[in-house]
Design a protein around this ligand. Structure first.
Ligand code: GLA
Length: 722
């Protein structure tokens, strides 16, 4: 339906899945959001517009300025503009006015705007997912003049947020320390986070959460937002002098990166927004469910996530056929279902300074190709996965020697060294064809089930000397990565792909349209992993988050942990192992096997239940998965430091049905973890038959966990009786 808006129909409300978006989009006016948030049943857009009336501020413009969807420069808005463009220093004063509004389906609205003075058009798309209430918003800009229009900044949207949301949770980190939550208390002014790594980045996750002062994991207002994009980005939050607050997210362009020729368009990535009145968990759950239903590949969504064995920390670059076969056998014997051969199998890749780009099996170490390993892996009933880093090349490679011009860079400007590798220019069709041909050939020859797609350096001077003649191309490069992934998936419908980038530097809903797993972090330290998984869980469901049992002494932190703790810390996630199984003793291998079996028993619940973070003592981590029908749940309680009090703080379970009776049992670790007796473990026979309590008691009064050593973890299994 296309409608020419007039004053009567200028107020538009779209609502779905518990979210309401109210717009003022009268023809010839600047479009603006009147309200975006949890649904207010029965409330009309017109009454919200009336309620949003603001008083004239003495000393300011004649009437209060409402702004627009992009707050263009020159429209009088005090805060920064969401659209910055120009033609040779002119045509920057844009003022987009509504032409038509379409409401193509329930929960969708498209607003068309034009600025005939400057010669651009804008199309703003809004869609609310009816299942989760998650809002997707994007903007498309079109140049309607002959002369190129240079786009310097275009936010997907200037999203207003509720003034009560004073706290900002930002997600930052580093290599082997991703997804750390950094809380910024109420602030006035601006917060700016920019990423120009050429990948999603370790340090500036494209998203965040705004929360009220009293919001907890399970109660209160929260708005979580995320840009579905794997390239450069900018996130800014501004609290204007008039008291209003806005979030802007979009691609960060290098100078001159986007120049629209006559009639050309640019579309921003989607800004995804979840509005919760059920605390931080409510927003996370909307992201998780939206991803599973709308973004993830349906071909793999319903398949149980196989337990991985990954070779990286076991052998690094020391590949020997016999060793790898021995590891495959050991992995299968403890329950692995997919064997992933990591870096080191191709070309001259005996260390990290050579071989990238030479995507053929190294004849020096594999005279019979990979067939003996692949055959044994498949005989053992496992899938076979292989590591690639397609976007990169080492100068010490046959590929680079043949095609030194195939890399990104600015002529005359020194390249910043990083892991001895350079970024290939994927905007050149010949590079894409080379990569496709090599990867397709190997996938076909070996029946490869799975690819670990890595990307291990930032792109500092991402210019293409090809058809882009020296322009920066991260926008086009990112789209080219997506297209190559899609081409491989089309050719190999059962192929699954993991998104890895020095651990978790490419985790976003853009790449997840084409991939099936995220390698959350290279840090397999069982204690550190809890914080990394908690951070990532704000946006990503456990079924997509790779989580591995590491070696006894962690290679990243040098800390040593028991096998019972290492296994338990990997159960909540897409479980795997990444250790030299030949170095583990028989007792530890038995614990590992038992932990993997436990994961498989509860995998459906962990991967498809409703995920919850629980408010708990700071030295602990308490998370759970509750089945959709609330009949079953599994909670993980990890002790990460010594108790502050003599007795650990009680656990108040969440997400259960208060009226149901549940049997509670402690299903991990294999032995009673209490350091003293008596405790409730004995009193309620939790390690045996367990005891029955009603949901109201388990949630409202809770249970005292056992007093345990630090670096231990217990699982409570809770199941409806009768
Ligand atoms: C990156 C990945 C690791 C491993 C190495 C191989 O660092 O994050 O898991 O694959 O590359 O070089």
């Amino acid at each position: 339906m296309t409608q020419q808006t007039d004053d009567i129909s200028r107020h538009i409300a779209i609502r779905a899945g518990g979210t309401l978006l109210a717009l003022d989009a009268g023809s010839g006016r600047r479009a603006q959001i009147v309200y975006a948030g949890p649904d207010l049943p029965g409330v009309t857009a017109a009454e919200l517009a009336m309620l949003s009336t603001r008083q004239h501020a003495p000393g300011g413009p004649a009437a209060p300025l409402d702004g627009s969807l992009l707050h263009e420069i020159g429209t009088g808005i005090s805060g920064p503009s969401g659209l910055i463009g120009q033609r040779s220093g002119r045509d920057w004063a844009t003022d987009l006015r509504v032409t038509t509004v379409e409401t193509p389906a329930e929960g969708m609205v498209v607003i068309h705007c034009a600025d005939t003075n400057v010669g651009i058009e804008a199309q703003h798309n809004f869609t609310i997912d009816p299942a989760t209430g998650l809002l997707s918003a994007s903007t498309t800009i079109k140049n309607t003049r002959e002369e190129a229009y240079c786009l310097d900044w275009c936010a997907a949207l200037c999203l207003p947020f509720d003034a009560r949301l004073g706290r900002f949770l930002s997600f930052t980190g580093r290599w082997a320390g991703e997804f750390h939550i950094e809380e910024v208390p109420a602030f006035q002014g601006s917060i700016l986070r920019e990423n120009k790594a050429g990948r999603t980045s370790h340090d500036a996750f494209p998203g965040g959460v705004l929360a009220a002062a009293d919001t907890t994991e399970n109660a209160g207002l929260a708005t979580a937002f995320h840009l579905a994009w794997s390239g450069n980005h900018r996130l800014r939050i501004d609290r204007h002098s008039d008291g209003r607050g806005f979030v802007q997210m979009g691609e960060l362009f290098f100078p001159g990166e986007i120049a629209l020729g006559a009639g050309e368009t640019y579309r921003t990535p989607d800004l995804l927004v979840a509005f919760s009145h059920n605390g931080l968990n409510g927003a996370s759950q909307a992201f998780h469910d939206h991803l599973c239903a709308q973004v993830s590949d349906t071909r793999t969504a319903s398949k149980p996530r196989p337990v991985h064995y990954n070779t990286w920390e076991a052998v690094y670059f020391l590949h020997h056929e016999d060793t790898l076969i021995e590891l495959a056998e050991a992995a299968a014997s403890v329950g692995a279902e997919r064997f992933v051969l990591d870096d080191g199998w191709f070309g001259g890749r005996r260390h990290d300074a050579a071989g990238l780009g030479d995507w053929w099996v190294s004849g020096d170490i594999y005279p019979n190709g990979l067939h003996p390993i692949v055959n044994r892996v498949k005989e053992l009933g496992m899938e076979f996965g292989l590591w690639f880093e397609p976007e990169m090349v080492n100068p010490d490679s046959d590929l680079y020697r043949a095609h030194p011009d195939w890399v990104l860079g600015v002529e005359g400007v020194e390249t910043i060294p990083s892991r001895g590798q350079l970024t290939l220019d994927l905007t050149r069709p010949e590079v894409i064809d080379y990569l496709y041909e090599k990867m397709d050939g190997l996938i076909t020859e070996y029946g490869i089930d799975y690819i670990k797609w890595d990307m291990n350096r930032d792109a500092h001077h991402p210019a293409s000397g090809g058809s882009h003649s020296g322009r920066a191309v991260i926008h086009h490069q990112t789209r080219a990565v997506y297209a190559l992934l899609q081409r491989l998936r089309d050719a190999h419908p059962k192929l699954e792909i993991e998104s890895c980038s020095s651990g978790g530097a490419r985790a976003d809903f853009g790449i997840l349209r084409y991939t099936d797993r995220i390698w959350t972090s290279d840090n397999n330290d069982a204690r550190a992993r809890h914080a990394i998984m908690i951070g990532a869980s704000h946006f990503f469901p456990l079924r997509l988050l790779g989580n591995h049992v590491g070696p006894k002494t962690c290679h990243i932190t040098g800390r040593t942990f028991s096998m019972a703790f290492r296994v338990a810390s990997a159960v909540f996630g897409h479980m795997g192992m990444e250790l030299d199984l030949r170095r583990e003793n028989a007792a530890d291998l038995a614990v590992l096997k038992a932990g993997i079996a436990l994961h498989k028993t509860h995998r459906e619940l962990i991967h498809h239940g409703r995920f919850l973070r629980l408010d708990t003592a700071p030295e602990t981590n308490l998370i759970g998965c509750v089945s959709r029908d609330q009949r079953e749940a599994l909670f993980s309680y990890a002790k990460l430091a010594e108790d502050v009090a003599a007795h650990p703080r009680r656990i108040n379970f969440e997400g259960l049905d208060p009226a149901m009776d549940y049997r509670v049992r402690m299903v991990w670790p294999p032995h009673n973890p209490s350091v003293s007796a008596p405790s409730i473990v004995d009193a309620a026979d939790l390690m045996g038959e367990g005891a029955v309590f009603c949901g109201a008691a388990l949630m409202g009064y809770g249970i005292q966990p056992p007093l345990m050593f630090p670096d231990t973890c217990v699982f409570y299994h809770i199941e409806q009786t009768g």
